[in-house]
Design a binder for this molecule. Structure first.
Ligand code: ADP
Ligand code: MG
Length: 567
């Protein structure tokens, strides 16, 4: 077995990999590290997402840096701010036992003044997004004269995002550049061109099949008609109670709208897209990372390069226009040896496109039936029962209640107790799905129609009880209370509670509803900040909410709530 030590790494770096729990190098690390340490100047490393490329260049870079020299020696360029911060925090971990090395992230959307100040403090490694870096170069705030190493991470993404000129500018402005390392998941012709122009006989390392996705990802798809897309998404989420996932949409508007709709329906989700301020994006990402959010809905640009561990599902609300993008999306799951599911909701017209992606990814795609209401209920039910069985009763004084409980439940069977527990937890859920329609597009039904000229009984027999308006299941309102049947005539309330008070969106929502004895359907958007929040409430219910909450105490503090519009 190859070890990090065996690759020729400094003991302090080996120690750091130990501390991180890395047992052995990944293939790209195994191949790239010794080569880079031995002084190979230019390198092109191609490996799929999630294969540990950051360490493949980060570890040798730390070893090659001159710790005694307090000026920028290495420049690491990557496409997004999120990725920039992620790389810096990984490198911080790698250099845990090398305190003399300093690394800094520079990216847009935040004070350039502070970054300029930090740059002057003797950093050796600069991790930057192209835009901000050029800004700094033009202000002469960064000295690239002595940069020896330039690393381009996610090079294909940077080119996709139109950073080609910026990258060339950067490469042209590093006169002392001795080594250029380029890492990428795919090898489009533009990269070939950049490498020809700016690198000298680069060594090329390819791990696995380029352009193919990770084998530990299971690719699944559901065929749904366009007007059932949203309902299908909900069904899939409900069918996977333990889901921790990212949903991709093509547009910012879709991401935002679906997030709002799902939030109103009680799902734990938030959106990540380019229209948010950096601060909002950081907050959403932070919550998702901490698993305070179960679901993230994102556009491709916003979610680029994000490495969050243990993502169980990537959901393509729609297939991406650009086939390559599929690989980037699916690469968010199945990372570092774990397995994941990438599932797509497709229209029957998109099957051809799906087959193309399947060929590109080179692993089989599995068609799944959209779960029926019954399937969903069964799944939720057993998930709940598993949780019940796993409940921790080792703490707390449960024993002392046992005699009393035994007496109280003397005449009820264990089965009945379980049924009652289930009823409490599931009543609304079961009702919601009781008469849920079959969302699957039935080929057979269509054939029937084609041959007979009308739908006839064939399709109807396929469906669970027919309903009046398939787009708006009546039971949904009764059952789940979340369908937002309010008038949509909202007013915005200000409240001086925020995330600082220990709330997340879901717990905050519960808190204000409980306090005011109102139902979820009166709420619109909730916008939480650190110190305060804005809550959209149906105009008719606003005063009831204010009366119930304004002036009350929360953890010793007086709550203020008022109508933001009439302030
Ligand atoms: P890539 O840049 O290739 O997409 P990353 O560098 O982001 O991949 O690594 C993906 C994940 O794998 C990270 O969470 C990282 O900490 C982890 N990882 C990297 N190398 C190893 C290793 N040798 N053993 C275990 N986990 C690793
Ligand atoms: Mg990476």
């Amino acid at each position: 077995m190859t070890t990090f030590e065996g690759l020729g790494l400094d003991p302090r770096l080996v120690q750091a990999t130990d501390a991180l729990g890395f047992k052995e190098p990944t293939p790209i690390q195994e191949q790239a590290i010794p080569v880079l340490l031995s002084g190979t100047k230019d390198l092109v490393g191609l490996a799929q997402t999630g294969t540990g490329k950051t360490a493949a260049f980060g570890l040798p870079l730390l070893q090659l840096i001159d710790e005694g020299q307090k000026h920028p020696q290495a420049l690491l360029v990557c496409p997004t701010r999120e990725l920039c911060m992620q790389i810096v925090s990984e490198i911080e971990l790698f250099k845990k036992f090398m305190p003399a090395i300093h690394v800094i992230a520079v990216y847009g959307g935040t004070s350039i003044g502070l970054q300029i100040r930090d740059l002057k403090r003797g950093v050796q490694i600069v991790v930057a997004t192209p835009g901000r870096l050029i800004d700094l170069i033009e202000r002469k705030a960064i000295n690239l004269e002595q940069i020896k190493y330039v690393v381009l991470d996610e090079a294909d993404e940077m080119l996709n995002m139109g950073f080609q000129d910026d990258i060339e500018f950067i490469l042209q402005n590093t006169p002392k550049r001795e080594a250029t390392w380029l890492f990428s998941a795919t090898m489009p012709p533009e990269i070939r061109r950049v490498s020809k122009k700016y690198m000298q006989q680069p060594m090329e390392i390819t791990v696995g099949k380029v352009n193919t996705a990770n084998k530990s990802i299971d690719h699944q798809y559901y065929v749904a008609s366009a007007h059932h897309r949203y309902e299908t998404l909900k069904r899939i989420i409900d069918f996977n109670p333990g889901i921790y996932g990212i949903i991709f949409t093509r547009t910012k508007a879709d991401a935002q709208n679906i997030a709002e709709k799902l939030t109103r329906e009680g799902y734990d989700i938030d959106a990540l897209h380019g229209d948010l301020t950096q601060q909002q994006r950081d907050k959403v990402m932070g919550e998702f990372r901490e698993k305070a959010l179960q679901l993230l809905i994102a556009t491709d640009v916003a979610a680029r390069g994000i490495d969050v561990k243990e993502i169980t599902h990537v959901v393509n609300y729609e297939l991406p226009d650009d086939l390559e993008v599929y690989t980037h999306r699916s690469g968010r799951t199945g990372r570092a040896g774990s397995t994941g599911i990438c599932l797509s909701i497709v229209h029957s017209r998109e099957i051809g496109k799906l087959r193309q992606i399947e060929r590109m990814v080179q692993s089989p795609f599995h068609k799944l039936e959209i779960p029926s209401g019954k399937d969903v209920c069964r799944k939720q039910f057993f998930h709940f029962m598993d949780k019940l069985l796993q409940a921790d009763i080792s703490h707390g004084d449960y024993e002392s209640y046992v005699p009393m409980l035994a007496e109280k439940f003397a005449d009820i069977s264990k089965e009945d107790v379980l049924k009652r527990v289930a009823a409490m937890e599931f009543d609304r859920f079961l009702k919601y799905y009781e008469n849920a329609e079959d969302l699957n597009v039935r080929e057979r039904a269509r054939d029937y129609k084609d041959s007979r000229g009308d739908v006839g009984g064939g399709e109807r027999r396929e469906r669970v009880p027919a309903r009046r308006d398939p787009r708006e299941p009546r039971d949904a309102r009764v059952a789940r209370d979340f369908s937002g049947s309010g008038t949509g005539d909202f007013t915005k309330l200000f409240v001086n509670l925020g995330t600082k008070d220990g709330f997340y969106k879901a717990s905050f929502l519960q808190f204000i509803l409980d306090m005011s004895d109102l139902r979820k359907e009166v709420l619109g958007r909730i916008d939480m900040k650190e110190m305060n929040s804005w809550v959209e409430v149906d105009r008719k219910s606003a005063s009831q909410m204010i009366r119930a909450i304004d002036g009350k105490n929360y953890k010793g503090r007086r709550i203020r709530m008022n109508d933001a519009n009439s302030r």
